[in-house]
Design a protein around this ligand. Structure first.
Ligand SMILES: CC(C)(COP(=O)(O)OP(=O)(O)OC[C@H]1O[C@@H](n2cnc3c(N)ncnc32)[C@H](O)[C@@H]1OP(=O)(O)O)[C@@H](O)C(=O)NCCC(=O)NCCS
Length: 157
């Protein structure tokens, strides 16, 4: 891409989040036991043409179990791009990179969910090779109430 190369690297829980705001990240009060959720994180980095590396966003991933067997374990990913870097194709590239990395680790089903009104993320998921599967009604509570959520998946070949 013209402005440089996008890469992702694993980071630990303490690593500060790149600054990012949107209506889809106004969570309100967190569930106390959400801290028990095992989340892995990746930093999205842009290596500019002058070789300077800047943080462009971050990704998270957590396991979702559809049954008690190893084959029933999917990974659900989330993304946030730093405001000034949005709309440049970075979200699509980063989600494709993470889906491919998780497939290399043996995960067949990588899923992502997004608000029915979040057209930017729906387009980014499609460009990243995800397929729309359906809509979960009233599945996500944020500061302003409950929202319908689309589910998308990226399946290893
Ligand atoms: C959603 C997000 C991850 C997408 O990443 P991105 O790098 O900005 O997206 P891309 O540039 O890869 O693609 C975005 C596409 O949506 C389009 N788009 C952007 N904002 C839009 C809007 N408000 N309405 C319609 N289309 C929009 C872009 O034009 C682009 O489409 P195109 O390829 O046809 O031109 C990023 O915008 C973001 O971090 N948003 C805030 C947090 C968030 O919503 N995270 C996802 C929660 S599930």
């Amino acid at each position: 891409m013209g402005m440089g190369v996008i890469s992702i690297r694993a980071i630990d829980g303490e690593y500060p989040r790149p600054r990012s705001t949107s209506i889809y990240e106004e969570w309100g009060e967190m569930a106390p036991d959400v801290r028990d959720m095992a989340i892995t994180r990746w930093l999205i980095e842009l290596t500019q043409t002058d070789k300077v590396v800047v943080p462009a966003g971050d990704l998270s991933a957590h396991a979702v179990w559809y049954g008690p067997t190893p084959g029933s374990r999917a990974i659900n990913i989330g993304i946030s791009i730093v405001n000034e870097f949005r709309g440049k194709g970075i979200g699509a590239i980063a989600q494709r990179l993470l889906a491919e990395e998780l497939h290399r680790q043996g995960i067949v089903r990588v899923e992502a969910q997004t608000d029915v009104e979040n057209i930017a993320e729906q387009k980014a998921l499609e460009k990243a090779g995800f397929k729309y599967e359906g809509t979960l009604r009233r599945a996500q509570g944020r500061a302003d109430g409950l929202h319908d959520i689309q589910v998308w998946s990226h399946i290893s070949s």
